[in-house]
Design a binder for this molecule. Structure first.
Ligand code: ACO
Length: 212
């Protein structure tokens, strides 16, 4: 029997996840919000159950968590949520939308979120707590780390290596065999033709480092 799900967060990303999990027929107990101030509306019939602290009312063995926190740059908040609840013994559900296409040899970490229309080709691996957002495409033999966000419509060519904590913006394209080092940000619509060093922000066609 599959365990019921509790969603952390009630913003746009959480709503898309809830929509997809209801399509899969999963039972969702409710969703939480960091700010417990006001009572919130149900999302697609899924009730608000309180602040993130209320997760401790449930034993780690009786449910699975879903990280509903989105990110538009640094994934720090998503990473903290994931690591904090993992350290308390909770497990995260790996969501794969029914319309996603995964090669049989693709490897998925814990708590990955493979959204509608995303594709993962043969020999590729996706790390823990990583989002492949709507129509993101990962070609053969890519290695994607933990807490990465491939925003909607990103395209990775073959044998691309993306380290932990990277954000690749909406519609960006990465050519083959590029290495993107940890915690860097690739701007929306960029074309990445050179390796990107750790912690840098690059954008444009071809993508260049932003001077600060
Ligand atoms: C479902 C979802 O919604 S998921 C969310 C998906 N969203 C994304 O992926 C967003 C990705 N973020 C970006 O592309 C951002 O623009 C960043 C991170 C590259 C830069 O952000 P900021 O540092 O805030 O830059 P800011 O907006 O101040 O712009 C600075 C300059 O860079 C330019 N610029 C910003 N982003 C880009 C880009 N992607 N490509 C080309 N130029 C850009 C701006 O036009 C501006 O130029 P100007 O000084 O001549 O006016």
């Amino acid at each position: 029997m599959s365990l019921p799900i509790l969603v952390i967060g009630g913003g746009g990303h959480a709503r898309v996840l809830i929509d997809g999990m209801l399509l899969q027929g999963r039972t969702i107990i409710g969703y939480t919000e960091m700010d417990t101030g006001a009572k919130r509306e149900a999302i697609l019939g899924v009730p608000f159950v309180g602040g993130d602290d209320c997760i401790h009312r449930y034993s780690p063995h009786e449910l699975l968590l879903v990280n509903g926190i989105g990110s538009i740059g640094s994934p720090e908040r998503r990473r903290k949520i994931f690591e904090s609840f993992k350290s308390k013994g909770y497990s995260f559900y790996s969501f794969v939308h029914p319309s996603a296409i995964l090669a049989p040899t693709a490897q998925l970490g814990e708590g990955v979120q493979i959204m509608a229309g995303a594709i993962v080709q043969t020999g590729s691996s996706i790390g823990d707590n990583t989002i492949l957002n709507t129509k993101a495409s990962v070609d053969h033999d890519c290695n994607i780390g933990n807490h990465v966000h491939l925003a909607p419509g990103t395209t990775l060519s073959g044998s691309v290596h993306v380290e932990d904590g990277v954000h690749i913006g909406t519609g960006a394209t990465v050519i083959q065999q590029i290495h993107i080092y940890k915690n860097s940000i690739i701007g929306a619509g960029s074309v990445v033709v050179k390796d990107v060093m750790a912690g840098r922000t690059v954008y444009g066609v071809p993508a260049k480092e932003v001077k600060v």
